[in-house]
Design a protein around this ligand. Sequence first.
Ligand SMILES: O=C(O)[C@H](O)[C@@H](O)[C@H](O)[C@H](O)COP(=O)(O)O
Length: 236
Amino acid sequence: MIEVEWWEYDDAAEMAEAVAGDIGFIIESALDARGQALIALPGGKSPVPIFEKLAAAKIKWKHVTIIPTDDRLVPVDSPMSNVGMIARQFLPKGARVLPITAEAAADYRAAGKAADARLADLQWPPDLVWLGVGEDGHAASIFPGPDLEEALEGPKTRRALGVMPDPMPADAPVPRVTLSRAAILSARTLTLAFSGDAKRAVVEQAIKDGPLSNTPIGRILAETEVPIDIHWCAEE
Ligand SMILES: O=C(O)[C@H](O)[C@@H](O)[C@H](O)[C@H](O)COP(=O)(O)O
C-alpha cells in the first residue's frame, strides 16, 4: 500500500514557498539530530524557484551536503548540468555540493560505477530524496531503456548507475547517471514536486497501478516504505 499525502497549491510561487519550508524543516531536523544533513535534489527546470526560496533560508549550510538525484554526462558549466544548477544556488551559501558525474567519462556505465564509488563515502542514508517527474513517468534518470531493470532491480547496495535513455528525452538527449531505486528508497524522507495536469494524471495512474505500473515512477513508489509527500500545482 503506497502511503501518499497530496499537497495542492494555487500557483507556483505558493508551492515554492511551501516546499522550501518543508525541506528547510527536514534539514534543520537532521542537523539537530545528527549535526549534518545529506539531501538529494532533482534536476530539470521546475525546481529552480523552490531552490531560490530554500537557498534564502537561514540554515547552517556548511553542515549540509547536497547531491543531485541524477545528472547528465555533460560538463558542469553546460546548461544541461544538474549539479551546475544546484551549485549556482547553494555553493554561495556554503553548502557542500558534490557532483556525481565526472566530465571526462567516456562511457556511461563507467561513469555510473564511479558515481557509485563516490557515494559510498557519504554518510548514508540521505535525509531527503526529492524527485521531479517527467510526463513519460521517469523520475531521477530512471528512464525506459536498456538500463531500466538494472536501475530498479539491481543490487540493493548499489547507490548509482549509468543509464542510456531510450528514447532519449528531447530536452536533454544525453546519457546520464542516476541514483538507483534502492538508493532513492533508502532515504529517510521522500518528496515529489511537480506541476501540470498531465504529470498529475501520470502519477495518479502510477499509484493506482502499484507494482504493475509500466512507468519508472510507479515502480519506485510501489516499493516505498515511508509515507510520501506529493506537492503539486496546476500552473507549469
Ligand atoms: O535530470 C533530469 O532530467 C531530472 O532530474 C528529471 O528527473 C526531472 O526531475 C524531470 O525530468 C522533471 O523535470 P522538470 O521538473 O523540469 O519538468
